[in-house]
Design a binder for this molecule. Structure first.
Ligand SMILES: Cc1cc2nc3c(=O)[nH]c(=O)nc-3n(C[C@H](O)[C@H](O)[C@H](O)COP(=O)(O)OP(=O)(O)OC[C@H]3O[C@@H](n4cnc5c(N)ncnc54)[C@H](O)[C@@H]3O)c2cc1C
Length: 308
């Protein structure tokens, strides 16, 4: 931290830069220690400036979207956490021969994109009803549910590379797989274009309502959480495996394996990141011992985990 040019950050970002910012305020788990520096940027040029300041101070840079798929360490995050501000939450629509194109800023809440697409009788995003977070985070995670995923409808991705250069990746250059999107290290997404297709209104609403019903029936909506903890192993369900080894309702401090769905860990009050991680380790251990199946985390473990 000593080499960080705090003055340059404060001059440029004024109230948009904060020091020792608690990340529990910015994560759906309501868990996480502080970021040394938290800065909110308005455009690609500001991203470039933060990259330069971080590089000059030899500090790592981490992008946080809606914070709905992360477990931030209790020790917090060393270096700079960059958050895309409201100017990067824009959305515009453009008709084109093969459908309707939505150009969305990476900070746009995914919920808003879904709602606006459905209001325009456009199909392609019904599966995402109820997935929280931003469009940028959804892209990075290739967020999906009930057979659909974001990667299927992406046309191109704009952003800033690790050297501060603007870059566009067309669809042909994008590589999506299960809950994964491959990007060059340090690339920060600023804008995504989606292609959606006009369809029958009743059919769109039925799909959206079905996604909503299934989510409400099976997911613990009452307590802070970060969605599915582990990826589903090929041909298996992480939740069923964890349930089969008797972990539903198991607690560690303020963290609990949800009763409704064993692939969710919920913060029932005052949970620490260490509590959640201990339950994750125990679930993975028991599933390995009983079933010889490896569970791979879907959530991103972020920050300084020390030797723990
Ligand atoms: C109740 C609940 C239900 C959920 N249901 C689902 C579900 O059905 N399906 C599903 O797939 N997920 C689900 N999730 C997980 C989560 O909502 C998604 O993964 C979401 O898309 C993450 O978006 P985010 O903005 O919160 O990303 P974050 O959690 O903030 O970040 C996730 C990753 O993306 C990176 N990132 C974010 N923005 C950018 C950017 N602009 N440029 C570069 N990197 C970036 C971050 O560095 C991090 O590595 C659920 C979560 C909750 C809490």
């Amino acid at each position: 931290m000593s080499r960080l040019d705090r003055h340059a950050l404060e001059q440029t970002f004024a109230e948009r830069v904060r020091f020792d910012e608690p990340l529990s305020r910015h994560t759906s788990f309501r868990i996480g220690g502080s970021a040394d520096v938290w800065v909110e940027v308005a455009d690609a040029e500001e991203i470039g400036r933060v990259q330069k300041i971080a590089a000059a101070a030899d500090l790592p840079l981490f992008v946080l979207g809606g914070g709905t798929n992360v477990l931030v360490s209790d020790r917090g995050v060393r270096g700079i956490v960059l958050h895309l501000g409201r100017p990067l939450a824009c959305l515009d629509w453009r008709a084109n021969g093969n459908g309707l194109h939505a150009r969305a800023g990476a900070a746009l809440p995914l919920k808003r994109l879904v709602t606006e697409a459905i209001a325009r009788d456009l199909s392609g995003l019904e599966f995402a009803e109820g997935i929280p977070g931003t469009v940028g985070g959804g892209l990075l995670m290739n967020a999906g549910a009930f057979g659909g995923e974001i990667g299927n409808i992406v046309e191109y991705v704009d952003g800033v590379d690790a050297y501060g250069e603007l870059q566009r990746f067309p669809r042909s250059a994008l590589r999506f797989s299960y809950r994964r999107f491959d990007l060059p290290p340090g690339f920060i997404v600023t804008r995504i274009e989606f292609l959606l297709q006009p369809a029958d209104r009743d059919a769109i609403h039925a799909k959206r309502d079905d996604a909503k019903r299934r989510r409400e029936a099976h997911q613990p909506l009452g307590y802070p959480n970060a969605g599915s903890i582990f990826k589903n192993p090929p041909g298996q369900h992480a939740g069923r495996l964890i349930e089969a080894v008797g972990m539903k309702g198991e607690r560690q401090g303020g963290a609990m394996v949800a009763e409704q769905h064993a692939n969710f860990i919920v913060n029932v009050g005052g949970a620490t990141a260490a509590d959640v991680r201990a339950l994750m380790i125990e679930a993975a251990r028991r599933v390995w011992e009983a079933k010889r199946v490896r569970l791979e985390p879907e959530i991103k473990l972020v920050g300084d985990w020390g030797q723990s």
